[in-house]
Design a protein around this ligand. Sequence first.
Ligand code: Z57
Length: 832
Amino acid sequence: VEASIPEHLRATWKKYSATGFEHKEEFEQEFVRHIETTLARSLYNCDDLAAYYGTALAFRDRLIIEWNKTQQRQTLLDQKRVYYLSLEFLMGRALDNAMLNVGKKDTAREGLEDLGFRIEDVVNQEHDAALGNGGLGRLAACFLDSMATLNYPAWGYGLRYRYGIFKQEIVDGYQVEIPDYWLDFNPWEFPRHDITVDIQFYGQSVRHEDEDGRVTYNWQGGEIVQAVAYDVPIPGYGTTTTNNLRLWSSKASSGEFDFQKFNAGEYESAVSDQQRAETISAVLYPNDNLDRGKELRLKQQYFWCAASLYDIVRRFKKTNRAWLEFPDQVAIQLNDTHPTLAIVELQRILVDQEGLEWDEAWKIVVGTFGYTNHTVLPEALEKWSVPLMEHLLPRHLQIIYDINLFFLQDVEKKFPDDRDLLARVSIIEESRPKMVRMAYLAIIGSHKVNGVAELHSDLIKTTIFKDFVNIYGPDKFTNVTNGITPRRWLHQANPRLSKLIASKLGGYDFLTDLTLLDGIEHFVDDKEFRKEWAEIKTENKKRLAKHIKDTTGYTVNPTALFDVQVKRIHEYKRQQLNIFGVIHRYLKIKSMTPEERKKLVPRVSIFGGKAAPGYWMAKTIIHLINKVGQVVNNDSDIGDLLKVIFIEDYNVSKAEIIVPASDISEHISTAGTEASGTSNMKFVLNGGLIIGTCDGANIEITREITESNIFLFGNLAEDVENLRETHRYKGFTLDEDLAKVFESIRSGTFGDANAFESLIASITDHGDYYLVSDDFKSYIQTQELVDEDFQKQDEWIAKSISSVARMGFFSTDRVIDEYAESIWNVEPLVVE
Ligand code: Z57
């Protein structure tokens, strides 16, 4: 079907082509038009929420116009494209970001003022797009921002969950999960009801042999679910490039539901078929760094991989190229092992549907994929049971077995008679039931494997993937240290700091070349600059203090030291170490004379983060933090010297308030467990110092900002294994001060002691796997150093400034250029 407008009619078309607003007056006009027509409201009925929608729609028009042009340009120039496959995109709010990226925030501010609105109130109406759990999902969102900013022809592919990560409420000190129904009216997505893919599940693989003896397999029967595309425009900063994030939504394939069943009176079954189909994209699994092996999760993974690959292959086929050129046109990056089935699906398409020979197809597959590993935690490494895989995806399991067979044959050739090696590297784990090891499949099906920080990339090469380094050689494995987008995490979250920096550097170029930040190092000794720097921090702390007051009722002193740990709650991230440290501080203050107390630095310990709903220990940690807060904050003997705050429902938009307000933040995982961490980068970029272990990206941050600007403590990764062994076989001695903390909890200081027994026992009786006791002393001592240094405010500010000056390396712009160069082999598009 020819869908394009005939040549001789195009002039008329072009004359009326939409352009979007430019000036304030045009913005106002568009705003009012959308309120009055799109939203069917009026000036007599326009609250902040309506104003948000009006503003969002005015900006959306601009984005979609540029989106269209970008897509046309990418199609016309037909360069190699990148596809970033991620089950999570933790986008946060879109409006503020869109306004800043297209450079029209001031225009909107003035326009909104003319119409009776404050831009901050309008922006705050937006519901976060929370399609992710934590670091991995937020990294994907930062990548999208950088890929668009750098003009790479790049698409994200994900799932359009009806429910994102749950909303957290704290009731009586316990976490309660509330569903996050966010799609009521989302102005940032465009349903593409014409872009659908039928996705098959179950059924059987049928063997067929033709007259020449050629054997083929065909996947038949089972059930079909339809994938519908929803597109989200991704504007780059300071460029017209507007890339696409395509999210798939599931629905029953007959459209509504089975009318035959319906007419036959089987109403319930007709409706339940439909509901079962819609269930696939209904909800994000709320686990971070944990694999639970649920069938619905596997269905989500295949549904999304199959729809995305169909789409990518369809686009490639339009160019009429030979299949061999596929890897020259397409790079697919796997964000963790969640999309590993895409490898198998592409092999199936090429062999079963396009009739390529196995070897030819496999070369194409391996040339196309890259795999990023984000964790070494054993409980997070995905494995799927063979019976489940066989039931849901019978043909894929066969292909996996063949991939494994050919791989093991190659290994056997290279390392003859090493049966142990074959068992160790087999994709199939010979357990009961047998399991498919997804990371191994991802390694074998990709041409590059990368970790996300230097230490982490070294660790995967020497531990979990050691055998594969032997087999493939070291060049297949590489490091790309994570980053963050300075647009959202500096310019948007901390506009005053961004402005101050721009005033010294003569403009905002640092936002697209973050290494330019080193220019502010010249002003470290500038009194006036230091003063303004400190004032901005105080302003940001006041803003957070207000949020704390509004949401918890507690009053905190903005001149106190703000000590922040916000991230998913996990034993390996050791929020328990932090709260035990807080209790230690509390007990110490209680035992001090009034004279001694005068010398103390008042501190506000701020926590935030969600626990996976089934993670009992993480929920216990949240409970303890809240109970400690109740006791300490209401202890009149303590006053401002210590406050303990748990901020409910930590998410991206809260991070934008919290991050710029920290004096010190905690990144204190057991060495060797946090692959990278990215909030550490956000805090330092906003002038906060950090206390941390030698783990993940903390190490590279230290290298950049120098050791005198960071508070490091604790055992090193290389010693962790030995310490654990020692605990297991020689028993272990509890740190004295930690013992006192436990005594105090057990005596009921923070309410029912039984509630916290399992948390204490995990340390005292079950081997202290995360080395809380081993690191306690050096943690406490380092916190004392923090107190001392904070009292020398002038030096503290100097540290803050020179740290920010040296953070250039941690921009996702650098990260994306590295992926493009060393893994994807793609070039940016030239955009006038
Ligand atoms: C997740 O957020 C991360 C790793 C995972 O395997 C899963 Br599942 C979720 C995180 C790491 O824990 C962080 O250390 C890292 O900074 C982040 O991924 C981005 O690489």
